[in-house]
Write a protein that binds this ligand. Structure first.
Ligand code: TRP
Ligand code: SF4
Length: 418
């Protein structure tokens, strides 16, 4: 029964397209075409899947209110693999989104057994990275946010154990705190709307977090008082558990449109669904409800490790840290698995295979912002003109530059993370 993707176990070699189809995640390409000055991660289809991202693209274009939120589990140092989501968050805040970062210390404590001190220590590292990348917005530790914890409890009323088993493969042995950390993440995702009112929210994540997104969308829906359906000549506003007062207010609001009230729904003719939706959300909030939008999400492909497999702190050669001595980084780069051929002769004749190459992908993800230069690198590799030794040296030079820059920024902002 356990699904293929699980947030707490490593899932190497995912077939993204298959997973997207299986879970109803949409490709993002068509939406990206409509975004002005799309950033590299969208242009290069590194961020390749989405749920309801058109809500966000529309909000960006119309300069309307939206939120961007994500969370990090402070169970170790941030690394190269976290950089993509961070860049996504920062970009969205620069395009008008209000930012929220959750440091998931409750999850780290419940699932990984980390102490409070350790969570603080690592939490600050994640926050400094975000600030160094230009993040401006809110941040909190789950354990210190009382409104979040209340919302987690409220959300937990809408979650039962058969859902947890179906979505995460929880068993009777799973601890209650683990289940509570799930409710807390649901609350994280809905928190911006609780704090500043209903608006679309994008949650950039890796696909391993999609189970949480699905659960949160279910919970957000079940916390609504109303659903609205399109009818032939207008809308039908259906009560799910709206108090009588809210039904009265809806009736009054749409009275001028000649609405018709039934037992559990109110039908309105000649109004646009987007307009009705907005009014109903307002009434819901006035009556003590949430009026939540279902969260939107984006999914990025994982950066493959320098050793070819998964990039993970448990395999030190698979990644480098920005605070490592330069010569160690160089060693890892020069030793990385590439898409090169067995012999020089062969490579000159057949060309390399950049799409399989960890060095090429590192450039695509982070180390080569210039599309033309990247294209040229790919071409020269395939033509057998560029050889791996040279290519690695050139890449290392860019990494050196990036690292120097990044470390300087980290120093400047570290006080903000405390
Ligand atoms: N569970 C996430 C992880 O393991 C961290 C997280 C906590 C999160 N709250 C979140 C991610 C809210 C996205 C949105 O990395
Ligand atoms: Fe990878 Fe560069 Fe070698 Fe091509 S030349 S396989 S991109 S390291």
């Amino acid at each position: 029964m356990q699904s293929e993707i699980n947030p707490w176990s490593s899932t190497p070699n995912l077939d993204m397209e298959k997973l997207y189809r299986e879970f109803g995640i949409e490709p993002i390409e068509d939406i990206v075409k409509g975004i002005e000055d799309a950033p590299t991660f969208l242009r290069r289809n590194i961020v390749s899947g989405n749920r309801d991202y058109s809500l966000i693209a529309d909000a960006i274009a119309a300069k309307k209110k939206f939120y961007v939120m994500t969370g990090f589990m402070p169970s170790g140092y941030p690394h190269l693999g976290h950089l993509m989501v961070m860049k996504e968050v920062v970009w969205h805040t620069k395009r008008g989104g209000t930012g929220f970062i959750s440091i998931a210390d409750r999850e780290a404590h419940a699932v990984r057994g980390l102490s409070r001190e350790k969570c603080k220590f690592f939490g600050e590292k994640y926050l400094s990275w975000l600030y160094a990348l230009g993040y401006k917005g809110e941040r909190y530790y789950q354990s210190e946010n009382d409104r979040l914890k209340d919302l987690a409890f409220e959300s937990a009323i809408r979650i039962n154990f058969s859902q947890l088993t179906a979505i995460y493969g929880f068993t009777p042995e799973t601890s209650l705190a683990h289940a509570m950390s799930v409710a807390t993440q649901v609350a994280d995702i809905l928190y911006p709307q609780l704090k500043y009112g209903p608006a679309p929210t994008v949650v950039p994540v890796g696909i391993d977090q999609d189970p949480h997104i699905r659960l949160t969308r279910d919970v957000a829906n079940s916390l609504r008082m109303f659903t609205i359906l399109k009818t032939d000549d207008g809308v039908s506003i259906r009560s799910k558990n709206a108090p009588a007062q809210a039904m009265d207010m809806v009736e009054k609001e749409f009275g001028k449109n000649g609405c018709k009230r039934f037992e559990g729904h109110i039908d309105v003719r000649g109004v646009d669904i987007a307009y009705a939706d907005e009014i109903v959300r307002k009434i819901e909030v006035e009556c003590g409800g949430y009026g939540f939008y279902l969260p939107s999400s984006t999914y990025h492909t994982f950066l493959q490790g320098l050793t070819g497999g998964k990039m993970s702190s448990s395999v030190p050669e698979s990644l480098f840290r920005f605070d490592e001595p330069e010569k160690d980084i160089k060693k890892k780069i020069m030793g990385a698995l590439t898409g090169g051929r067995m012999t020089l002769e062969e490579q000159k004749k057949l060309g390399g295979e950049p799409e399989k190459c960890s060095i090429y992908l590192l450039n695509v993800f982070h180390m080569q912002e210039d599309d033309e230069e990247l294209k040229e690198m790919c071409r020269a590799c395939k033509a057998g003109e560029l050889l791996c030794g040279t290519c690695k040296k050139e890449t290392f030079e860019r990494i050196k530059e990036f690292t120097k820059d990044f470390n300087e920024k980290l120093d400047e902002v570290s006080h903000m993370a405390e």
